[in-house]
Design a protein around this ligand. Sequence first.
Ligand SMILES: [Zn+2]
Length: 671
Amino acid sequence: MPVDHTIPPTEGPSSAVSDPTEVPAPPADTHGPALPVLSPALPRRGLDSTELRFRGGFWGRHQDTNSSVTIPHCLAWMERLGWIENFDVVAQGRTAARPHAGFEFVDSEVYKLLEAMAWDFHRTGDPAADATFRALSDRIVAAQDADGYLNTCYGHDGQASRYSNLSLGHELYCLGHLLQAAVARLRTVGDDPLVEAARSAADHVCRRFGPEAPGGLCGHPEIEMGLAEFGRATGDIRYTEQAELFVRRRGFRTLPPPVLLGSDYFQDDVPLLSRTVWSGHAVRALYLAAGAVDIAVDLGDHALLEALDGQWHRTVSRRTYLTGGMGSRYADEGFGEDFELPTDRAYCETCAGIASIMVSWRLYLATGSVEFVDQIERTLHNVVAGAVSSEGNAFFYANTLHQRGEGTVTEPPSPRANSAFRAEWFDVACCPTNIARTLASLGSYSASVEDGRLALLQYATCEIRTEVGGAPVALAENTDYPHDGRIRIDVEEAPKQGVDLRLRIPSWAEGATILAEGPGVGDLRSSSPRRVDPGWVDLRAHAHDRLELLLPMSARATFPDPHIDAVRGCVAFERGPQVLCLESCDVPPPTDLEEILVDPSTVADRASGDVSVGAWGLPLPHAGSAAYGPAVPREPHPVGPVTLIPYSDRAERGTSAMRVFLPCSPSSEAS
Ligand SMILES: [Zn+2]
């Protein structure tokens, strides 16, 4: 049965790479796969950006925009604000005369940008980008003290002394990001001045905070993940052991907590091994967990790995939003209690989403469990994809699920954007550079190899050229996912005995089918599509085999656990991996978005690709009347179908009020 006619036209088909001039050569002196997470103790690894190349499509466009717009945008803002000049000031001994620019942690944004640039250069091979990297790196290296200490806010003339505020000073946090940038450089280009500076800084940390030292840990975890991966990249176990020491020291309330916050803010209230769920500041908790997975894997600490696995499950099932966002409290950017998931105060910091992907990815690499990859997909499509504008130059810091007001655009930078619009920059600018480094290395999270098997994890139009079990394997994947559920996989090269492939069927994809055609696709070969269940599908494929996976993409209603009081009686809608939302600009006046009720049974896919749902308006009392009182009879009136859009596309048509969860109409079964 020919299947070609069922394949939609896609961007970046294999013909696009027939011209070798379009494929930039990777840097000459790379060694081994260039990945953010790589350990001989892990049974599997991701693919690097020379092994998996996006060819247009949803993530390819995001990655290209990241390269051409977001990375230069971040660089320009940090130059403008003097955050890079901070390094020049230290190098030139001018700290007494020129105050430090920005918050005490802005060095970390420069390092995250360097990490993004390193991964991106590996992908593009653009010599101009590498020259920019080297010039920036030189300015950073010049600011390093002779003993390896590197920070622009502390320890120099006119500044507070080193490590005088471990709770909030962020010095080790910043160095953790330096180490991650150095790992990216080491694995893509090899030793260079930045790597040497990182080694010197890591040695300084081991001397200052080692087993013989009186103690000390950083209020913002990150050094653990940086040291652990730097230990892997350099083969020096001292760094991993230092990371473990930081984890073991945490949880005994040794850090003075910030005013109005407790030790749980930075996970210093309970040792990680004793914890059952993540709490406190979400990014801190998740960076700590990610580093701890690395340590548990490399040091064979099965109890710690098991504890982290349990923490992940409880947190994802009770403290995580439908979008994959984490963190429901504004006061400490932190997790709430179980089921404390208000939509209009959903903080869901972009960095927390990215950090959760880091944890899920490490747990997947360690265990091979599909649920971690499902959660990565949910978070990528709904937190990460929506946190950056389609133009690549504006960002959400908080990713609420209910924007009450339409908001007004103010002049950036804002401290943090809790608003209806993406901002160009922030005073606390952790999120833009985190997005940049994630998108630059996204191929790493999209497929993996293990013990003679290639697993396809995140579907995208891409080319894969790697080795599986020592033999070269090449695949071409074409799809318009997530807009369309058809994914075509052409096996272009495989060993004679075939290659074992593992395909992920997302948890939401009940009713998925696969059609396998070719000379040797094993027992899945058939002339008609076969149904496959969510989870993994394993098959052996040979060169010239073709697979077509069809994931059901009909819009579906999703109901919250009734424990989540904030959205009891409400419904959300999803289509494929995308959560949908209703924006005020799609509600016909005079009805207000907040007056809308929906009947979930009426959700429908339109031929245009839009999704609609039948809606009613329940008039709200006039503002200014009493907030509380006896019941007032109100009659809903029909509004007609309203259009739902992907949550990640919100606020692209100007500022708008927005809801993910909508109250069910009294007539609907779900109400
Ligand atoms: Zn952030």
